[in-house]
Design a protein around this ligand. Structure first.
Ligand code: AHM
Ligand code: MG
Length: 336
């Protein structure tokens, strides 16, 4: 049998042997992983835990909140605020940042999360997940404000997600490749199940919400039209399509067997750059994808180089297998 190591051992080795992670960051990741375990339990109970359905409130983006969105948000805050590793947190589900209360020591990191991504899949028992991103507080002054969070994604110290699917899997990068840990429900521990994850550079699988086709910009339409033309078309091969409508599940498939994921800008709301959020969704996923040899752009630029203007900023997303993402990006640049 393969010798398996736990998340704790993996992190200790990263800290000791590779010098990648200071103790505070190690604690932070362990705490996030523990919170994800609690969220996994709540997700698993479903109707039995009376956690399904809407909560009767809206988030800052005007989206209806599900009970599990709110529960997951609370679990992450409660788990993280007292450990001394954080200065503040920001969440897709909160209007403004949550500063660590004065009664606790202040750490040097800032945690951002989408507590439960794939909201439309919660009540229908399809994979959902938690996405997180870690930034370092760069200014040394006391206190922390929203401006401290407005750093480009390339400054992330760590990022990851946990997918609540047939298996509960935590996927992590601390800037030294991507590792995956599967939750062993019998022992309650996270066990390393893949390391040095690599996304193949080529793929025959794309993920996009096809119902928006009539609203897309010409470069996106051109790319998908060419995929749909199959063997007889300019690409000379048949493509397959997958769309779970949970970014975590779609990205997890891409990290596992390759593919391209797109949630592009479209004409339905021309002033909105895209649907997905730069700081809670696009940046952490871009970091993981790049660490696995893929690329992530907004059609024009590398996502991790975008300077956020505000906490809840949205962005157009194209990520996954290198050669396909490059192709879509080239089509945008040729069109400009
Ligand atoms: P959410 O954070 O409110 O769950 O929205 C994000 C989700 C992504 O997980 C997914 O890729 C996308 O929205 C699906 O959108 P659509 O329903 O338009 O296909
Ligand atoms: Mg989301």
């Amino acid at each position: 049998m393969t010798k398996r190591i736990s998340l704790t051992q993996y992190l200790v080795e990263q800290q000791r042997e590779h010098g990648h992670i200071p103790a505070q960051l190690r604690l932070l990741i362990e705490v996030v992983a523990r919170a994800c375990k609690r969220i996994a339990i709540a997700v698993n109970k479903g109707e039995l835990g009376e956690v399904l359905g809407t909560a009767g409130s809206e988030n800052v983006q005007g989206e209806v909140q599900k009970k599990l969105d709110i529960i997951s948000n609370e679990v992450l805050i409660e788990a993280n605020e007292w450990g001394g590793h954080l200065a503040a947190m920001a969440s897709e589900e909160m209007d403004s940042i949550h500063v660590v209360p004065n009664r606790y020591p202040q750490g040097e990191y800032m945690l951002l999360f989408d507590p439960l991504d794939g909201s439309s899949n919660i009540d229908v028992n399809v994979s959902i997940g938690t996405i997180f991103s870690v930034l370092r507080k760069v200014n040394n002054q006391r206190g922390v404000s929203e401006e401290d969070f407005l750093q480009p994604g390339k400054q992330q110290a760590a990022a990851g997600y946990c997918v609540y699917g047939p298996q509960t899997t935590l996927v992590l990068t601390v800037g030294d490749g991507v590792a995956m840990f599967t939750l062993d429900r019998e022992t309650g521990s996270w066990v390393l199940t893949s390391e040095n994850v690599q996304i193949p550079a080529d793929t025959k699988e794309f993920a996009i919400n096809m119902s928006n086709m009539r609203h897309w910009a010409p470069p996106v339409k051109r790319y998908i039209d060419e995929c749909l033309a199959g063997k007889e078309g300019p690409r000379g091969k048949d493509f397959n399509m997958r769309w779970v409508a949970s970014m975590v599940a779609d990205v997890h498939r891409i990290l596992t067997r390759g593919g391209i994921f797109m949630y592009p800008w479209d004409q339905r709301d021309p002033d909105k750059p895209g649907k997905l959020r730069l700081m809670y969704e696009a940046n952490p996923m871009a970091f993981l994808v790049e660490q696995a040899g893929g690329i992530a752009t907004n059609g024009h630029q590398r996502i991790m180089e975008l300077q956020p203007g505000k906490l809840h900023e949205r962005v157009s997303v194209v990520l996954g297998s290198k050669n396909e993402v490059q192709r879509v990006t080239d089509y945008h640049l040729q069109d400009a």
